[in-house]
Write a protein that binds this ligand. Structure first.
Ligand code: HEC
Ligand SMILES: [Cu+2]
Length: 347
């Protein structure tokens, strides 16, 4: 039996084999998982909600199409060598094959893909009209400190949350307080490293209102995977109202437990690390908590409700291993409840 016939027999046997069938199900599951990931709640660069992510998604599809064509050509060449009848080529034909397929084709294909890729860059590097950042984001272990400028030149500080008006182009200034982090909001834009001692820039222009998940895309230590950021794109007037509200100082606690919580907040030393504008708490090493109750999450990872605050206060080292906040599990439960009521009320 010649090599070609042998291969044909092997292919036929593989086709009938139970091993091939056994492979079918896992392949289908992997494909389905991929499809689900692209449409579930997970951050996805393939469902863009921003101008930059749209360009990146287009580029991805073009690169994928290019890769599929190259792959098909390689497989076709492989099948041709294996399955063709024995027939010798002339030297001229062989040279054409090597020069054409080995030099000309890759050069042309790669040059074309490079050109398409570079053409996207100017759009991504456009940082908006006024050179002022729409937000400053500082990567810290293990949260994102966010400062958003106010019309009067000052700014408000929040944590793990950033809001942007839909349809306006701007730039986020990215910094780091400790090690190298990387900011990536796949639905909105590409990723950019947060490098200690430097400011890097990321152009953004949300096209669809909604909340999009951002992550730290550079391993930075124990709780790297918990460094999550919500980016909320809002209609411009709703954004302006939200910003106005964030600029106001905390309103005094209303309910009895919340008033007790306010007192405990200062008495247990929370104010050494946290600021609550309008109170004597002026700490700066932790997140500003002035409107913490109005944020989408607590610490980027918990639902924002009384129960979430309770869990955060007593279980900090398990929820975020290595977090630079001590656990307050020595407090009696009624004190934890009071603190949670106070924090939830900081709307
Ligand atoms: C030694 C400094 C320090 C002290 C003291 C401290 N914290 Fe924190 N706190 C932090 C840091 C740092 C973070 C951010 C941790 C992270 O997410 O990695 C944080 C996060 C938080 C958050 C989540 C904030 C957000 O925006 O989601 C809340 C709520 C909070 N602290 C409440 C308290 C309360 C209440 C007390 C007092 C009982 C307290 N903290 C004491 C440093 C401190
Ligand atoms: Cu990080």
């Amino acid at each position: 039996m010649g090599p070609a016939a042998l291969t044909r027999t092997r292919l036929a046997r593989w086709h009938r084999s139970p091993r091939r069938r056994a492979l079918g199900a896992p392949c289908l599951i992997a494909l389905a998982a991929g499809a689900l990931l692209a449409c579930g709640d997970a951050p996805s660069a393939l469902r863009p909600a921003g101008r930059d992510a749209e360009r990146i998604a287009e580029l991805t599809w073009i690169m994928l199409a290019g890769a599929v064509v190259v792959w098909a050509l390689v497989i076709a060449a492989a099948l041709y060598t294996v399955l063709r009848r024995h027939r010798t080529h002339t030297v001229r034909q062989a040279r054409w094959f090597i020069v054409g397929g080995g030099v000309v084709l890759p050069t042309v294909t790669l040059a074309a893909l490079l050109t398409v890729g570079l053409a996207v860059l100017p759009d991504l590097l456009d940082l908006g009209p006024d050179g002022q950042p729409v937000a400053r984001v500082v990567g810290e272990r293990w949260w994102w400190r966010v400062r958003q400028p106010l019309p009067d030149g000052t700014s408000v500080e929040l944590a793990n949350e950033l809001r942007l008006p839909v349809g306006r182009r701007g730039a986020i200034a990215v910094e780091s307080a400790d090690v190298v982090h990387s900011l990536w909001v796949p639905a909105l834009a590409g990723k950019v490293d947060a490098i200690p001692g430097r400011t890097t820039w990321l152009g953004v222009e949300p096209t669809r209102a909604g909340a999009y998940r951002g992550i730290c895309a550079e391993y930075c230590g124990l709780s790297h995977a918990h460094m999550l950021l919500s980016v909320v794109a809002m209609p411009p007037d709703a954004f302006a109202r939200w910003l106005d509200h964030q600029a106001t100082p905390a309103r005094p606690a209303r309910s009895e437990p919340a008033r007790r919580g306010e007192h405990l907040f200062l008495a247990t030393g929370c104010g050494a690390c946290h600021a609550v504008r309008g109170t004597p708490a002026e700490g700066a090493s932790g997140p500003d908590l002035t409107h913490v109750g109005s944020r989408r999450t607590i610490a980027g990872i918990l639902d924002n409700d009384v129960e979430g605050f309770r869990r955060w206060l007593v279980d900090t080292p398990h929820l975020k291993p290595g977090a630079l906040m001590p656990a307050f599990d020595m407090l009696p439960p009624e004190d934890v409840d009071a603190l949670a009521a106070y924090l939830e009320g900081l709307q």
